[in-house]
Design a protein around this ligand. Structure first.
Ligand code: 5GP
Ligand code: SF4
Ligand code: MG
Length: 461
């Protein structure tokens, strides 16, 4: 998912949030929502669909305020597309409303939800994010301080969260103690206000200057009194999702000092050293494979070319809830250029192989288009463990690399050769990160936040 927040009295905060969410649309395409605080109360508008489908002029005009938070959703828990699961979630603290938007996945919400239900707290969805919103509301009611409510939630909730929260007059931003999902802070020019975004591309679009990343375990509050920060819970072992650099984030974003684009170029360069092959052309699977293909071409001396055209109007195929939709999605989305590739030996660079559908389909399309050889090179290591922290990669039995050897995968996909970057190589590609320390669980099975036994039993099939 993607989250965005702004505190800027006198500005059209709903419109700014709408722009921010459009910049973050790659992080989720199932639903979009904006909540604004106008000093008195909080109002939310949300629906299924892309940002531009949910918000038109009339919808934005109906959301005046000084503070806003927004969300684009990619369902990782709590079922797929339903209106109730769309965010931001509203929670009532007596007669005051707050709105919460969450990126990540919480792993221990079942017990907390049961406890809140026991206290008479109503729920509208089955999502972990709504549990977080209601837990903050509940604890705030007990303590009479929103910051105490947030602190209680941060002490209680386990898992990955980058969150933005709007009260009628304040913006809050906070991040789990491992800092698993990204969240950054930017300042609008001329003291007009502050912006919080999952990625820096959301700051750029509203003209905000990057200030810093929100720190693991930190709560930032912004209101008419200015900006304050508090270490609400102690930071733990840093575990920023390394997969953001591989696939999830936009290439024009900078996460914790590391340019995503430069990281992808480096991954390609390193992979060219680790897994060279004799070929005529290097091409990248759009979009995330392209910078890596440029890196591979530079390092290997093999010419880079376009060769696969992507339909811009099809969303991310992985972020489609069912296998049938994903299969159809791949066909709709990628189309090879026979005039470029016919008779040539190709090195094809992609970011990752999860179930293997994309690669298998792609290799057969390239062969149909006349490719003489197809050598697949992947700039992430083998994904052998599911992600529980916001980029759901299914149960182990779905992950091709967890169930086949390299040779078996190569045969099933139909490539002439197949190679993955090493984990050391991937780490080397993100060496500019300011606070190194990554979650690499989908490659290693070493989970920074323990997975409850029941979930593990279901997922580690
Ligand atoms: P597969 O077809 O192997 O299941 O999917 C791998 C492809 O999906 C890659 O081309 C990658 O770009 C894309 N992909 C999209 N979303 C994700 C995601 O959340 N995780 C992973 N690992 N790959 C994704
Ligand atoms: Fe990122 Fe993988 Fe960790 Fe999930 S398991 S947070 S995708 S590194
Ligand atoms: Mg892809």
């Amino acid at each position: 998912c993607g989250v965005f927040g702004v505190f800027a009295p006198g500005e059209d905060v709903a419109r700014m949030t709408c722009f921010g969410l459009q910049a973050l649309q790659h992080r989720g395409q199932e639903s979009a929502g904006i909540a604004v605080g106008d000093g008195e109360t909080v109002v939310v508008a949300k629906d299924l669909g892309l940002v531009t489908q949910v918000f038109d002029e009339a919808a934005l005009a109906a959301l005046p305020g000084e503070v806003a938070v927004g969300h684009v959703r990619y369902s990782t828990s709590g079922g797929s597309a339903s209106w109730e699961a769309a965010q931001p979630h509203i929670s009532a603290i007596d007669d005051v409303l707050i709105a919460l938007a969450h990126n990540g996945t919480l792993v221990n919400t079942n017990a907390i939800r049961a406890q809140l239900v026991g206290e008479g707290v109503p729920f509208r969805s089955a999502t972990d994010s709504e549990v977080a919103a209601k837990a903050i509301g509940y604890a705030t009611r007990q303590t009479h301080h929103l910051r105490e409510g947030i602190r209680y939630a941060m002490e209680t909730l386990e898992g990955a969260y980058a969150m933005v929260l709007a009260s009628p007059d304040s913006l809050y931003a906070f991040r789990d103690p491992h800092g698993i999902r990204p969240l950054c802070l930017g300042e609008l020019p001329d003291g007009r206000g502050w912006v919080v975004s999952s990625e820096t591309c959301g700051l750029d679009i509203v003209g905000a200057r990057y200030a810093r990343d929100v720190a693991p375990g930190e709560v930032v509050r912004i209101n008419a009194d200015g900006i304050t920060s508090e270490q609400a819970v102690p930071a733990r072992e840093p575990a920023a999702c390394i997969f953001e650099y591989v696939y999830f984030a936009r290439p024009d974003s900078i996460i914790d000092g590391q340019s995503v684009y430069q990281a992808r170029r480096s991954m390609g360069r390193i992979l060219a050293r680790e897994a060279p092959v004799e070929a005529d052309l290097v091409l990248g699977v759009p979009d995330s494979g392209v910078p890596a293909a440029l890196g591979y071409a530079t390092e290997s001396g093999i010419a880079f070319t376009d060769g696969i055209v992507k339909n811009r109007y099809v969303g991310r195929t992985f972020i489609q809830p069912t296998q049938e939709m994903r299969q159809l999605g791949i066909r709709l989305k990628l189309n090879p250029l026979p005039e470029v590739i016919a008779g040539r030996r190709l090195v094809v660079i992609d970011d990752s192989i999860v179930r293997g559908n994309t690669s298998r389909k792609l290799v057969s399309m390239l062969r149909d288009a006349g490719a003489a050889e197809v050598h697949l090179r992947i700039v992430s290591p083998e994904v052998t463990w599911p992600c529980f922290y916001g980029i759901d990669t299914d149960t182990r039995d779905q992950l091709i690399a967890a169930n086949m050897t390299l040779d078996e995968m190569n045969a099933w996909i139909g490539s002439d050769s197949l190679a993955f970057i090493s984990l050391e190589g991937l780490r080397e590609a993100v060496a500019d990160v300011r606070h190194p320390g990554f979650c690499e669980a989908c490659f290693t099975g070493d989970y920074p936040v323990a997975i409850p036994a029941a979930v593990a039993k279901r997922s580690f099939l």
